[in-house]
Design a protein around this ligand. Structure first.
Ligand SMILES: Nc1ncnc2c1ncn2[C@@H]1O[C@H](COP(=O)(O)OP(=O)(O)O)[C@@H](O)[C@H]1O
Ligand SMILES: [Mg+2]
Length: 220
């Protein structure tokens, strides 16, 4: 479902990713593990088709980075959810509208939106927060809202970019638990982290990155 083939990515500042070759199958949970600057976020952005390789190809859900059309990018992104370390919630919308946003953008009917939003809010333990605003929630709750928004469309793939970096231990553990739950319900997860303890606690396939190269790819 995700395939990188001889991928190189260059920023103005120089080459940052070199010769990436890997496949991620449906139903996998994969860590991108490496220090800051090793290339984790850049890989997630290429999967999201927010950036394109300078050479090589990235294939995501049957779409090929070397010839995808602009309108098809939006279609692919509807099948991918993404969460970040700083939750990216809209501060002027209440929690309900934050979660509903991806559905509203697709013109889905209000009653269908309502049932999907309440279902996901229930699953993530934030149902009682729907009429609140982001600043009224704890950091852990805000990340659960971001997760609900990311999966409200039932995506095939969830991309998580250091999602617990700004959370205390208890909130972090809870968010991680929900990400695994989402995975178990049939969503592939690509999870970027520099946190070795996390890999030990919840073992999965881990691709280790050093300076833009995959130096290890193994099942923990
Ligand atoms: N917008 C950018 N412009 C220039 N260089 C960038 C940009 N984004 C990332 N880089 C460089 O690409 C490399 C990988 O960065 P990144 O993918 O953000 O790594 P990570 O997420 O692992 O911290 C780093 O050397 C970083 O400095
Ligand atoms: Mg990063």
């Amino acid at each position: 479902m995700i395939r990188f083939d001889k991928v190189f990515l260059r920023y103005d500042t120089g080459i940052s990713l070199r010769d990436l070759n890997f496949t991620i199958e449906k139903d996998e949970f994969v860590y991108l593990y490496g220090d800051s600057g090793s290339g984790k976020s850049s890989i997630l952005k290429m999967i999201y088709m927010d950036m394109f390789p300078n050479s090589g190809t990235v294939d995501v859900l049957g779409a090929d980075s070397s010839n995808i059309k602009r309108r098809d990018i939006a279609r692919i992104r509807q099948r991918i959810g993404m969460v970040f370390q700083d939750f990216h919630l809209l501060s002027d919308r209440d929690i309900y509208s934050n979660i509903a946003l991806p559905l509203e953008l697709q013109g889905i009917k209000a009653d269908v939106v309502r049932s999907k939003v309440t279902l996901k809010a229930d699953e993530l333990g934030i149902r009682s927060r729907l009429s609140h605003y982001p600043h009224e929630l704890s950091a852990g709750e805000q990340q659960r809202v971001a997760l609900a928004r990311a999966i409200v469309n039932s995506p095939d793939i969830l991309l998580a970019d250091e999602p617990i970096a700004h959370l205390d231990e208890k909130a972090a553990a809870e968010v991680v638990k929900y990400i695994w739950k989402i995975h178990q319900s049939g969503t592939s997860v690509v999870y970027a982290t520099h946190n070795e303890a996390l890999l030990k606690k919840d073992p999965a396939r881990a691709m280790t990155l050093v300076s833009g190269e995959v130096v290890k790819d193994r099942q923990l």
